[in-house]
Write a protein that binds this ligand. Sequence first.
Ligand SMILES: [Zn+2]
Ligand SMILES: [Zn+2]
Length: 344
Amino acid sequence: MKNEFMNVPIFTGEGKIHFEERKIPIPGDNQLLIQAKANLLCGSDRNQFYNGSPKCIPGHEGAGVIVDKGKNAKFDIGMKGAVYLYDYCHKCRSCQLGLTNQCLHKNYDYGFSIDGAFCEYYLINDYVFFPVDESVDVINATLLLDVMGTGGHATKRAQLVHKDIQSVLINGAGPIGLGLLAMSKLTFAKDLPVMINDVKSSRLPLAEKMGGLPIDLSKQSLEEGMEQHGIKNPDVAIDATGKAIARKNALQALAKRGVLVMVGNGEGLEFEQYPDMGGPERSILGSEYFSYNEMEANHELLKNNQEYLSQIITHQYNIKDVQKSYEHFFSEDSDAGKIAVVHN
Ligand SMILES: [Zn+2]
Ligand SMILES: [Zn+2]
């Protein structure tokens, strides 16, 4: 390494970030030193931005290039790719089935409990690195994480219990909602009707541009919106809002055999066993992140749909303006989909 030191952003809380000099770490056995190129902002960064991150440098949706490696580490220096969030154990019953998002003994979460991609250089264990094809832009490689990964996992959860999905309703047209929309189109069928609602009108034009059927809840009710699109009862509803009322309305709108998948964390859900669940045999499923091995198929989708998917990244900031990027992202009337913070 030429420079032994780097500047890293310190999240002190109350929306303040300053930079401090740190030594660039040296990879141990089976470790990779990643030069971070980009990291996408996420709603789940809210706590670190407003309450601080004393344990580590944040950044859990990162992509970069391998610049050094320890003994026995797989992958080669120079490869670019995305970094999976969970440092999973490989051994527990979930990991044995490949369900690394349900690991029972994970070591840590990159960007939450150990340094993440806002560090220009950071260490990872080789098994959380996912290399991408030459044709994939390194900034777009971040889309493999929460956007395509979490979005795609939720759509696959719905397919577990519903075999002939003909329409989808998405609650929330923010960054996760846009990922759900894109992955519904790409996993189910490009011409599948996907309705997408939000109380913020400013979010809907991009959703519509990406093929969603918009429902502006600041101007109309869910029923009115669905009727306007000619779909009374969708087969699948996916909630990205975490709001109890949004979930309940979606559940009650579902067709017979319908599935509600809950992605957004937040509030609860109230329902009556009958008629909400028992009569129409509806299902309610949780969905959390995605497993490492799901990235392989998503990588194929990304290679073939890079232009379509990259629309979700609406803004870019340099790392030196990381505080400004969050002020933009968390502002009340934010027009942002995903915001990428880039190094250099
Ligand atoms: Zn995230
Ligand atoms: Zn495990």
